[in-house]
Design a protein around this ligand. Structure first.
Ligand code: 3UK
Length: 532
């Protein structure tokens, strides 16, 4: 019967605490004031010591207070990876407010939803996006102030003006380890994204289990994560883990172009590199990169977001000599809870339970399945979020007492390794990011040729997840390559971002349906190719 458990870990944090104090002030108490916490890898590079970081956090914390932000208020952040992102996140926590880190890739309608749903009082963003959000200003019921980090327009508050004369001293608000602390939004198959509310102790549990025991993270490490701060994976790496260990991290604002990634690893002597399968795959297309760049500082690489194909693991290992540890995490669990380990890697698998976590695989009746049988994944560990904000039905289905229902299908092999088989719902991972089939179908249906369609999980030859569309055309249209191109372009226009556009469009005469006419997407979705 599949029930497996990582090693026990001791986890002690005080009842009364402030996460910002533990992550930042603690490093000053340990004598790391002059140590670099963050390298901002922008055109004008910045290096920020722990002492400077604390001052900057205090300045924005005081500024937020002066704007009327109180304990338990929300502060939304829509920013690339940059110092102001980290400062605002921790400044909000320091005053007992709750930062809500939002993706930089949403449509104006989605921002309107996210800002109203979270009831954020203040938004910290940058000019171009602030202009977009300003359009919706009269529909934003709770937002009182928009702060922009660049000097874009006089309609907004300026981050630098606000913080310039603000005091660098600010006592952390005494909070409980079980207070609501920060939010992230996670997509679902239907309906808008769900606000995932994390408690103050959640990130510490993940740093003290996964990062400590699996990665042996320590203050000598320098971290670079190509996944951004608004992803749970990114914030775990760049913010929580870095500061908990008193290590250093790179804030990298742009897209992970291969040359820039390698240059960054070389320049900052990165020891721990975090990325997703599609980026590893792109890096591997770079000719002779292992000869052109000095990557000798790397001690370990990590992959998450979707399963890492064995072939990518093997070519990376062959060319760099460094392991990639694949592990599964979710926004609700804070971070990775099943992982490969140094010296215990099965390429293509997600590994074994992380210390501090327990997992079970169950059938539809909730009974544990046998070794080798596919079951639904449940996980237990003290970093599970509190709930989905204002989504009680979804909360009840996923947060089951001490257990969390991830929505993934897995099987465990005889050596206790877990193999990802797919999702139990219709959600799609495209290059490691969520895509709702309903949203893509809606975008395809806007084209006059489309009668009906179903969008499901597909995989490239290499094993990278991408959306795949099955389309039934209206009788007056014929399938053609031009039409396929047109549908993709039209979908791209409607969706705003490329990763949601179907990589494949298959024209079919009809779609599989239930007796009541509901499209059965699960009959169309592909399984990842497992290489055992
Ligand atoms: C899938 C994986 C196979 C799986 C995340 C590391 O991806 C993260 O969080 P999300 O909430 O998505 C969670 C879902 O993504 N998945 C993630 N990693 C793997 N499938 N192999 C993997 N290694 O469906 C899971 O339910 O966006 C990853 C750390 C923190 C995270 N939040």
């Amino acid at each position: 019967m599949v029930a497996a458990k990582g090693e026990d870990v001791e986890f002690n944090i005080p009842e009364e605490m402030n996460l910002c104090d533990i992550l930042v002030d603690e490093n000053l108490r340990k004598g790391r004031g002059d140590k670099i916490a963050f390298y901002y890898a922008a055109e004008r590079e910045e290096r920020i010591t722990y002492r400077q970081l604390l001052e900057k956090i205090n300045k924005i914390g005081n500024a937020l207070k002066s704007l009327g932000v109180e304990v338990e208020n929300r502060v939304a952040i829509v920013l690339p990876d940059m110092p102001q992102h980290v400062e605002t996140f921790l400044g909000a926590i320091r005053i007992g407010a709750q930062p809500v880190a939002l993706s930089t890739l949403e449509t104006p309608q989605t921002y309107e939803y996210l800002l109203n749903d979270s009831r954020a009082k203040v938004l910290v963003t940058y000019g171009k996006l602030a202009e977009v959000i300003k359009e919706a200003k009269n529909k934003l019921r709770y937002l009182k102030h928009i702060i922009v980090v660049d000097e874009y327009s006089e309609d907004f508050l300026s981050y630098s003006d606000l913080t310039k004369d603000s005091s660098p001293n600010l006592e952390p608000e005494p909070m409980s380890k079980d207070d609501f602390c920060y939010w992230l939004y996670s997509s679902g198959t239907t309906g808008p994204p769900k606000g995932v509310i994390h408690l103050a102790h959640d990130p510490l549990y993940s740093t003290d289990t996964y990062y400590k025991h699996i990665l042996n993270l320590n203050e000598d490490d320098t971290i670079f994560s190509t996944s951004k701060l608004f992803f749970a994976y990114g914030i775990g790496n760049t913010l929580f883990a870095t500061l908990r260990a008193g290590a250093s991290a790179v804030l990298f604002p742009g897209a992970p172009e291969p040359n820039k990634v390698f240059e960054t690893i070389q320049r900052y002597k990165i020891s721990l590199f975090f990325s997703v399968p599609v980026v590893y795959s792109r890096l591997l297309t770079e000719k002779d990169f292992e000869k052109r760049y000095n990557l000798s500082s790397l001690r370990l690489c990590v992959s998450a977001g979707e399963a890492l194909p064995a072939a990518i693991y093997e070519s990376w290992k062959r060319r760099t000599g460094v392991d990639i540890l694949d592990g599964i995490g979710t926004t609700e669990l804070t971070h990775i809870f099943i992982s490969n380990r140094v010296g215990r890697i099965k390429p293509g698998s997600s590994g074994i339970p992380v210390p501090g976590y327990e997992v079970r695989l169950v059938d539809d009746e909730g009974r544990e399945v046998k070794v080798g049988e596919v079951g639904k994944l449940l996980v237990k560990g003290d970093s599970i979020a509190a709930l989905y904000w204002r989504k009680h039905e979804k909360t009840k289905r996923a947060f089951l007492g001490e257990w969390f229902f991830t929505g993934d299908s897995y099987y465990m092999d005889e050596d206790g390794f877990f193999w990802h088989v797919g999702r139990t719902d219709d959600l799609i991972k495209s290059a490691g990011a969520w895509v709702s089939p309903v949203e893509v179908e809606g975008a395809l249906l806007k084209h006059p040729a489309v009668l009906e369609c179903a969008v499901v999980q597909g995989y490239t030859e290499e094993g990278i997840g991408r959306p795949k569309a099955y389309v039934v055309l209206k009788s007056e249209y014929q399938p053609s390559e031009e039409l396929e191109k047109e549908l993709k372009e039209n979908a791209h226009k409607n969706l705003g971002v490329g990763f949601k556009v179907p990589t494949w469009i298959v024209f079919v005469k009809e779609l599989p349906k239930t007796a009541t006419g509901k499209i059965q997407r699960y009959k169309l979705r592909e399984q990842p190719k497992l290489q055992v």
